[in-house]
Design a protein around this ligand. Structure first.
Ligand code: SF4
Ligand code: SF4
Length: 284
């Protein structure tokens, strides 16, 4: 026997009517009969509301009395009740990851009005879940350290607002902007739709707040080069372009601009002409 099967599977399949949500389209008797005949299925049952206490009790009782080692519930979206049924399995002593949910409501009865077609589709969904659960392995929940810092890419009004809100909720935020200053397109506008408020009046206080927020590290004239890792533990490589000035000492007086021999202003703009979008680098 394949080692990955973790012993001989004995699967319980539970098919939910969801009142009439599923039962009025999918032929329940036919589906239960079909599920009973699938390989490794020890028992197949139907019930009006599987997520109710009696529905969950039925599953727990079968796990204990019939010694089921895998469970499939054919009902609604896992978003709604996967946790409910995993907990029921765990309460009965079964590893919760030996459970598989088959969505025969959102993926079937709600979108397939023809009863014959819906029943055929529900059979395929249930059969797939049964095959899949056989290969699932018991898992243990582990706690791992997570880095809660956040990188916000883009220092336009959206990035600024996002960074401020996250920082004010206690997160360390790295705000990365490829241009020499934050502000984005809003800094180029006079008024904003639909209230025709002065764009600078909205933007500049927020730009100032970013500079004063101790939880925000502002990385202007910088670009994200690489992102690796996974949720909770990303590594982000950021390229800081050289400015050739000491930002701590610069007062922003602008004298160096008039004396600069190259006189290039790296400001990248997007100009929209009809459906044509042009990326343009301006040379002053
Ligand atoms: S388990 Fe889902 S499909 Fe079944 S009754 Fe509850 S909500 Fe409806
Ligand atoms: S001349 Fe003025 S703007 Fe230029 S680097 Fe020096 S302090 Fe900054």
């Amino acid at each position: 026997m394949n080692k990955r099967l973790n012993g001989r599977p004995k699967i319980g399949v539970y098919i939910c009517h969801c009142g009439t949500n599923i039962a009025k389209t999918v032929n329940m008797g036919e589906l239960v009969g079909f599920a009973s005949g699938l390989n490794s299925v020890g028992v197949a049952r139907e019930y009006k509301y599987m997520c109710s206490d009696p529905g969950q009790e039925m599953i727990k009782k079968d796990i204990k009395e019939l010694e089921l080692n895998r469970v499939v519930v054919a009902s609604c979206s896992p978003l709604l009740h996967e946790h409910t049924f995993r907990r029921a399995c765990e309460d009965a002593g079964l590893n919760p990851y030996l459970f598989q949910m088959a969505n025969i409501r959102e993926h079937c009865s709600w979108v397939t009005p023809d009863p014959a077609q819906a029943t055929a589709k529900a059979k395929r969904i249930v059969a797939a879940a049964v095959v899949r659960v056989v290969y699932q392995e018991p898992l243990e929940v582990k706690k791992v350290p997570v880095n809660p810092n956040v990188v916000v890419v883009g220092g336009g009004i959206t990035g600024i607002e996002t960074a401020l809100r996250l920082a004010q909720s206690g997160r360390k935020v790295y705000l990365v902007e490829r241009e020499p200053s934050i502000g984005g397109h809003m800094a180029e506008l006079d008024k904003t739709f639909p209230t025709l408020d002065c764009a600078a009046c909205i933007l500049t206080p927020k730009m100032g707040a970013v500079g004063q927020e101790p939880n925000i590290e502002l990385l202007t004239y910088s670009e994200v080069e690489d992102i690796s890792g996974y949720v909770g533990n990303f590594k982000v490589k950021i390229h800081k372009k050289p400015r050739y000035v000491d930002l701590e000492k610069c007062t922003g007086c602008g004298l160096c601009w008039t004396n600069c021999p190259t006189n290039i202003v790296p400001s990248k703009r997007v100009i929209r002409r009809g459906d044509l979008i042009i990326n343009q680098t301006e040379v002053g």
